[in-house]
Ligand binder design. Structure first.
Ligand SMILES: *Cc1c(COP(=O)(O)O)cnc(C)c1O
Length: 429
């Protein structure tokens, strides 16, 4: 029996309506930019396996470092104990994160990194004896699938069964081009004379799941300034944007004001294993220090700071900081920009945008931007037929490649996109 057949009757897959779904593709190997299926097909992984992979699959250096770590210490409890990989990774992170970050808290995925950030942000004020519990978030945001993360994210069909159970959040518009003043006005109005707002959480510069919605650093900078002036903590969810995705190491590197809390995951281990980090300022950390034990942050996961995951993260960071990888980031950025020029005038293209390694193209195919748009299945299949893995978000197609992608592989992908645009244009006319 094939993997695909064995899977069918026993496994429940994420984000999949199993009834009527195509059988999953059995993957037997990863090799650089490629995922290799059991039937021998080689798929170009142009979404970095859900935005986690940085340096390619089964990277020899990361493999070596993880395997070395496994034979030294695979895991140890992290309450009351510590170890070299956790300390070294924290040192490296604090070296590259915005200068105001002072402490690293470990968990094991993006949603938990967000949960921890929210709990830090709310308990901070509670520890100071202030009643501030409201959270501000952007419309259309995505911060993960656990309850707190769902609460601060967009209310949609994905979350509708739980709406009564999600805590109240005040949503404001995203300061996309032409809408900066209105978004800033909404924030100003919200905070004026209010004392009960604990924190503002946002995806800096790119709202990934919403469809790679992009906005400029300047309005966000202004929003951070407003929050600081009004005693509101700011939480940057860099789970997707972190580790070079936007061209700089972190999206917040484009800003002058810095957040109080930063959430990291996805690319942190180069896509090797799960790990979450919530970084915060010393000011936040210090508010949890007390003779009163109840002021501690009572949060932790069994696999907190797993040494093997930390070893993968250290190896991935070493590769990322290499000049070779940095020039790859530039190459991808430039290739995306050149391709945008090429398709800008195409009649199927409503909008094309890119930031660093992320390219998004909004297609004029009616029906609006819905995940349940049938078009999505057509687009997914169109690229899969050409051995390219892409997962369109409604009518938005995007490319988010591992940094080891070659110019040739990008060209192959761009060609497939052009072929798609022409096919759609023909069907439309
Ligand atoms: C993916 C994502 C998350 C959730 O991370 P998981 O590891 O999937 O739980 C949170 N925030 C953002 C911005 C994301 O893109």
């Amino acid at each position: 029996m094939t993997l695909s057949e064995r899977d069918r009757s026993i496994i429940w897959h994420p984000y999949t309506q199993a009834l009527g779904a195509n059988p999953p593709i059995g993957i037997v190997r990863g090799e650089g930019t490629y995922l290799i299926a059991e039937d021998g097909r080689r798929y170009l992984d142009m979404i970095s396996s859900w935005w986690v992979n940085l340096h390619g699959h089964a990277h020899p250096y990361i493999t070596q470092k993880v395997s070395e770590q496994l034979s030294i210490l695979e895991h140890a409890i992290f309450a009351g104990f510590t170890h070299e990989p956790a300390i070294k990774l924290a040192e490296m992170l604090l070296h590259v994160l915005p200068a105001n970050m002072g402490r690293i808290f470990y968990s094991d995925n993006g949603s938990t990194a967000v949960e921890v950030g929210l709990k830090m942000g709310v308990q901070y004020w509670d520890n100071l004896g202030l009643k501030k519990t409201k959270i501000i978030a952007f419309r259309n945001g995505y911060h993960g699938d656990t309850f707190g993360a769902m609460a601060v994210g967009d209310r949609s069909v994905f979350t509708q069964a739980f709406h009564d159970m999600l805590f109240e959040v005040v949503f404001i518009d995203v300061p996309v081009s032409g809408h900066e003043h209105e978004a800033i006005r909404q924030l100003k109005e919200l905070v004026s004379g209010k004392e009960d707002i604990a924190a503002f959480i946002f995806e800096p510069l790119v709202q990934g799941t919403a469809g790679m919605i992009m906005y400029k650093a300047e309005p966000l900078d202004e929003m951070l300034r407003i929050c600081k002036a009004n005693n509101i903590l700011t939480i940057a969810d860099e789970v997707m944007t972190g580790f070079g995705r936007t061209g700089k190491l972190f999206a917040m590197d484009y800003l002058e004001n810095q957040p109080d809390i930063i959430c990291l995951s996805k690319g942190i281990t180069g896509g090797t294993m799960p790990l979450g980090v919530t970084a915060c300022t010393n000011e936040i950390y210090n508010a949890f220090l007390s003779e009163d034990r109840s002021k501690a942050l009572f949060h932790g996961h069994s696999y907190t700071a797993n040494p093997t995951a930390c070893a993968a993260a250290i190896a991935s960071m070493e590769l990322l900081l290499n000049t070779e990888c940095q020039s790859q980031l530039l190459m991808i950025d430039n290739a995306h920009k050149a391709f945008r020029e090429q398709i800008r005038e195409h009649k199927i293209v409503i909008n094309e945008r890119s930031l660093g390694t992320i390219l998004a193209i909004e297609l004029n195919i009616g029906n609006g931007t819905s995940y349940f748009n049938n078009m999505r299945d057509y687009l997914y299949g169109f690229f899969l037929d050409r051995n390219i893995l892409m997962r369109p978000l409604g009518n938005i197609i995007y490319v988010l490649p591992p940094y080891c992608v070659t110019e040739e592989q990008l060209k192959t992908t761009y060609s497939a996109i052009e072929e798609l645009l022409d096919t759609l244009a023909q069907n439309n006319s």
